[in-house]
Structures are given as structure tokens and as C-alpha cells.
Design a protein around this ligand. Structure first.
Ligand SMILES: Cc1ncc(COP(=O)(O)O)c(C=O)c1O
Length: 369
């Protein structure tokens, strides 16, 4: 016989998942209804409305895909790429690299831009590439979880549109924790995940697409090659037709609705300010300890911080002690930054003053600083 499920309580200060408020956990335990029950369908409408608020959009096509953030990325490329389409992907970290792999699997001609991990793109760099040759999509990651850099997005929609491209943005690590202005920035396709600043367990991928993107999708020559993530089918389940597509992960939808209700109650501006305030406390504490931060202040992400591992320190041993002695989870570097930085997340319900204080004290003790 196996024992009862009894995981050690952790303080989740890594790149996600983040801690979950008890209200959201309670919502998950709400008795099920069927996925076509009129009451459940009404809740889905509310989730769409709340998602439009966090995305700051009026896009009709706004829904929660079944699956984690990667499902959103997959849906974006599966729906908008046809074999031979030219796609510009501006890479500055691990997730931009994943985008290139995914787009190429759908037959895109991938035109990959690269800059050092931790830097962000200037609009002129992106426009220069689009001017060389038309592209169907310009894709980038707003909040690179592998580096801790925040890509400025204002004006990029207009830039893409005047060059005939749609703008695709990954906002997995920003949604609910830093401004995401889908309509104001002219973003055509965006996806996120629930387990970071939205404050919900992993399992759904908030997704939105502009009327312009919807029109382009309608001009496809062939069917979307991924049945499960075909937005033309999914829109008929989330829209007024209510045509069965898949059995919705009911309890995850309950959880997302509660997490989004909490975002609405707090208010976006206050929520961003909270993420920023606690990030600033963390930055100051780390610097006081003599650690240097990989990303300069002006492009630093509030939800994810990347202190550089000091010379001679075994970064994995530090993480193991944080987990064993303090039950705190942080992460190591990914890809090009493996072994060079730690990744500390202050996202959603994890973004709390007491977490910052405990982490700084614990790190100070372990590093002897
Ligand atoms: C920027 C970014 N994009 C995509 C993903 C993939 O999301 P998931 O791991 O939820 O599938 C992540 C996950 O950390 C991410 O940080």
C-alpha cells in the first residue's frame, strides 16, 4: 500500500509554479458540473471576460486552452504557420529558442535573430529584419524566464503591421505581474500560463487573438495540423455555438476563475506595484549581500530575478540547502546561463514581503554573508 499524499509544504520562489492562495485551492475542490452544463458555460463566459481584463483587450477570441503555457505556444504556431511561411523570431533566451523549434516543425521558414541572453531588442533591429523580406509573423517573448529581462513592447504592433506581419507575444511570466497591454501595443496573438503571476496551478494557457489574426487564420489554405489546438474548433466551444470539442478541465476552470477574480479585486495597477515593490526589496537585499544581478535595472523583470552565482560557489549545493533547511524552492540557470545565475521568482501569491525577508536571511546564512 502507498502512503497518504503528504508533500512537504514549500515556499515556491522559482520560475513557476508559484504559491497558490487558499481561495484558489478551495475553488478547485468545488463539485464538478458537466462541461456543457449551462451553469458551467456561464462560468466560462466569466473567465473570458476576466481574461480580457488581465490581457487588456477587447478581443472576442480570448479563452483558456487546455494545457500549460507550452500549449499556448504550440497553438500560436500551429494555427498561424503554413508550410513555407516566413517567420521572424527574435530570440533572447531559452523560450525564444523553443519558439524556433516549434515554428520549424510546422514548416515555417524561420528567420532567427539573436542577441545575448539578458538583453532586449530595439524596435529598429526588428524593423530592419522585416524590411529585408516580408514575414507573416514577428514573434518574441516579453518576459524571458531564462534571463529575467523584460522586452519593451510599446509600438511593436504598429511596426509589425506596417511591414505586413502579425505580432506574436509570449507573456507567460508577465501576465498578472507586469503590464500586458494587448490592444494598446497592437499584439495580434498572445499566450500565457496560469501558474506564475496569475496565481493558479499549472494546467491552462490563457490565449488571445486579434480580429486581424482571426482574419489571417481564415485565409489558411489547409487545415490546422493540430486538431486539439485548432482555434477554429475551440472557438466554437468557447463561443455561442457551444459545440463539444474536448471535456473541459472543469476544476482548473474553477481555479482560474477564482484566481482572476482575485486579480480583479486587487486591481491590475496595485498588483503590478506589489510585484515591483517586492522585487525591489529583493534586488536591494541581494546587492547588499554583494551579489550582482545579471540584468540591468532598466530592463529587469519584476517577477523573475537572476543574481549571478559568485565565483567559487556551488550553485546546486545552495539550492539544495535552501530546499532542505528552509523548504524554499528557487531554480538554477537554463541553457546559456546554466551554472551562472539563480532564478528567483516573486510571482502571484508568492510575491510577499515575508518571502523576500526569509529568502534573503536564508541565502545570507548559506553564503555566509
Ligand atoms: C516565457 C515562457 N514561455 C513558455 C513557457 C512554457 O510554459 P509551461 O512550462 O507552462 O508549458 C514558460 C515556462 O516557464 C515560460 O517561462
Amino acid at each position: 500500500m502507498f502512503t497518504d499524499l503528504n508533500p512537504t509544504p514549500r515556499i515556491l520562489l522559482g520560475p513557476g509554479p508559484s504559491d497558490i492562495h487558499p481561495r484558489v485551492l478551495r475553488a478547485m475542490a468545488t463539485p464538478l458540473q458537466g462541461h456543457l452544463d449551462p451553469e458551467f458555460l456561464a462560468l466560462m463566459d466569466e473567465v473570458q471576460e476576466l481574461l480580457r481584463y488581465v490581457f487588456q483587450t477587447r478581443n472576442k477570441l480570448t479563452l483558456a486552452l487546455p494545457g500549460t503555457g507550452t500549449a499556448g505556444m504550440e497553438a500560436a504556431f500551429a494555427n498561424w504557420v503554413e508550410p513555407g511561411d516566413s517567420v521572424v523570431i527574435a530570440v533572447n533566451g531559452y523560450f525564444g529558442d523553443r519558439m524556433c523549434d516549434m515554428a520549424s516543425r510546422y514548416g515555417a521558414e524561420v528567420r532567427r535573430l539573436d542577441i545575448p541572453w539578458g538583453e532586449v531588442y530595439a524596435p529598429a533591429q526588428l524593423e530592419a529584419e522585416l524590411r529585408k523580406k516580408p514575414a507573416k509573423l514577428l514573434a518574441l517573448v516579453q518576459a524571458e524566464t531564462s534571463t529575467g529581462a523584460l522586452q519593451p513592447m510599446a509600438g511593436l504592433g504598429e511596426l509589425a503591421h506596417r511591414n505586413g506581419a502579425l505580432l506574436l507575444m509570449d507573456c507567460v511570466t508577465s501576465l498578472g505581474g507586469a503590464p500586458v497591454e494587448i490592444d494598446a501595443w497592437g499584439v495580434d496573438i498572445a499566450y500565457s500560463g496560469t501558474q506564475k503571476c496569475v496565481g493558479c496551478p499549472p494546467g491552462l494557457s490563457p490565449f488571445t487573438a486579434s480580429p486581424r489574426a482571426w482574419e489571417v487564420l481564415g485565409q489558411r489554405k489547409g487545415k490546422v495540423p493540430n486538431w486539439y489546438l485548432d482555434l477554429t474548433l475551440l472557438a466554437k466551444y468557447w463561443g455561442p455555438e457551444r459545440v463539444y470539442h474536448h471535456t473541459a478541465p472543469i476544476n482548473m476552470v474553477y481555479a482560474l476563475r477564482e484566481a482572476l477574480r482575485m486579480v480583479q479585486e486587487e486591481g491590475l495597477e496595485a498588483r503590478f506595484a506589489r510585484h515591483r515593490r517586492h522585487a525591489e526589496l529583493l534586488w536591494a537585499g541581494l546587492e547588499e549581500m554583494g551579489l550582482s544581478l545579471h540584468v540591468p535595472l532598466e530592463r529587469r523583470l519584476p517577477s523573475l530575478t537572476t543574481p549571478r552565482v559568485p565565483q567559487g560557489v556551488d550553485e546546486l549545493a545552495v539550492r539544495k540547502r535552501l530546499l532542505a533547511d528552509y523548504s524554499i524552492e528557487i531554480a538554477g540557470g537554463l541553457g546559456a546561463l546554466k551554472g551562472q545565475v539563480w532564478r528567483i521568482g516573486l510571482m502571484g501569491h508568492s510575491s510577499r514581503r515575508e518571502n523576500v525577508a526569509l529568502l534573503l536571511a536564508a541565502l545570507g546564512e548559506i553564503l555566509g554573508r
